[in-house]
Design a protein around this ligand. Structure first.
Ligand SMILES: [Zn+2]
Length: 454
């Protein structure tokens, strides 16, 4: 069976009431003015707008009520009551998007620690991670599996806690005994407080119910796995199919029926083929991507989110951070072919979005997410392509390109500023000096520098 991928623009689901706190699936971009109009001007900047156009120099970003209003030349007149922030010649880019994170508050790779930490503590840690993401210039994330992210999304929308925009998948849907079902723990434990918070379901009826539960809880994407994971269940393998076609097609059909695209974790070619056959909208990891799959993804606009950061860290620091030897061995098995798969994706023109798979562990901490852009360049992208993968293309994947991803008039003022030219040195993205979300300053290293000088 072949189910066509469907692009869904979640902004059609806005409730039309601005910051409507009770609306579980509202994605909150821009701010409703509370009293009058507010103006902010970011002056003395070069603008790399994320469209691939060359930088504009000597510009001002003029922001009205949290949205980009104009990009006048430095000599242009500003509103009298504008708050003026001098960026000192830095380069301004769209806020970065990490299209694959887990806001789940893990701190180690030790399965016992993951399993026995109280979910409330995990939630507090994940809340702290939002601040790390903002300081790293990540202004939007797609959470690819956690119940906590649904609550965090709501908390950010209502203004209870600062954080990036959160596009949430809710609990990821997984078969009994699948990649993140720790078989050494009772199944009832897994259902209530499993360390990766999966929703275990089996058979086409039950998986449809599992999808409906996530949408009910506020998810706008659905996440599942077609092959085993690298770091979790020793009995689950990256080269073995997790679902029957009937089960996976039911997940995708139910999600699409409810306007939610489906992200599929797939390492092996068979898992990627099954995901495509059943209508998946993005392939996560895609480690063993063959020509046939790459051709189909390019033709249908199915995104690849390669999560290079995770494998890089696993191979280079996994042992030091306590990853079990069998998991490092699994990683080593797939590392050899990863580069060839990535080059194949580039050659066929597969759309690629930046995603790290960070979950807050010491091995995969939030806050270093932009290292993924450096790895994309090391693996064959140009800096301009890597910037697009982290901004405009990621926004397109998430269905929010009308709101974020480029510096264009009318979009939410999600912006970062960096000292160095990221087209010459992509690592500049890892050192944002200034970060803004919805026109509100979220991180400003310029002030710390000025204070240190005084
Ligand atoms: Zn993941």
């Amino acid at each position: 069976m072949v189910v066509p991928a469907r692009r869904v623009d979640r902004n059609t689901r806005r409730c039309g009431r601005g910051r409507h706190v009770g609306c579980g699936y509202l994605t909150d971009f821009g701010r409703e003015p509370e009293l009058g109009v507010t103006w902010t001007a970011l002056t003395n900047a070069a603008i790399l707008d994320g469209t691939g156009a060359p930088p504009l120099t000597n510009r001002t970003v003029l922001i009205r009520d949290g949205r980009i209003h104009d990009l006048p030349h430095a000599s242009g007149r500003l509103p009298d009551d504008a708050v003026v922030l001098d960026l000192g010649g830095m380069t301004v880019l769209p806020g970065l998007i990490d299209a694959h994170v887990h806001l789940i508050g893990h701190r180690t790779m030790d399965a016992r620690d993951m399993a026995f930490v109280d979910p409330a503590l995990r939630a507090v840690r994940a809340t702290a991670d939002l601040g790390r993401l903002l300081a790293a210039g990540i202004t939007t994330v797609r959470d690819c599996g956690s119940a906590t992210a649904l609550a965090l999304k709501q908390a950010v929308i209502e203004g209870s806690v600062p954080g990036p925009h959160i596009v949430a998948c809710g609990r990821f849907i997984e078969r009994t005994g699948g990649a993140d079902d720790f078989s050494q723990l009772p199944v009832a434990w897994m259902a209530e407080r499993g360390p990766w918070e999966p929703r275990l379901a089996d058979g086409p009826i039950e998986v449809r119910k599992a999808v409906r539960e996530q949408i009910r809880a506020g998810a706008t994407w659905i996440k599942t796995c077609t092959t085993g994971a690298v770091t979790t269940q020793a009995a689950s393998r990256p080269d073995r199919l997790e679902w029957t076609d009937e089960e996976l097609a039911a997940i995708v059909d139910e999600a699409h029926r409810l306007d939610a695209p489906v992200a599929v974790h797939a390492h092996a070619a068979a898992g990627i083929h099954q995901a495509l056959r059943c209508g998946a909208d993005s392939i996560e990891h895609g480690t063993l991507l063959d020509d046939e799959a790459a051709r189909e993804m390019a033709a249908r606009g199915v995104f690849l989110v390669p999560t290079l950061f995770t494998l890089d860290r696993l191979l280079n620091q996994g042992v030091a951070f306590g990853v079990p030897p069998w998991a490092v061995a699994k990683a080593r098995q797939i590392a050899g072919v990863r580069q060839a798969s990535f080059e194949r994706a580039l050659r066929h023109g597969v759309p690629i979005a930046m995603g790290t798979d960070c979950g807050g562990q010491d091995l995969l901490p939030h806050g270093r997410n932009a290292r993924e852009a450096e790895l994309l360049v090391q693996s064959g992208m140009t800096p301009s392509q890597a910037i697009a993968a982290a901004t405009a293309d990621a926004a397109r994947l998430l269905g929010i390109a009308s709101e974020v991803g480029t510096i264009e008039l009318g979009k939410a003022a999600d912006l970062i500023a960096v000292d160095d030219d990221p087209l010459r040195d992509i690592t500049a993205l890892q050192r944002p000096a200034f970060v803004m979300v919805n026109g509100t300053v979220a991180h400003d290293r310029r002030r710390a520098t000025a204070a240190a000088v005084q």
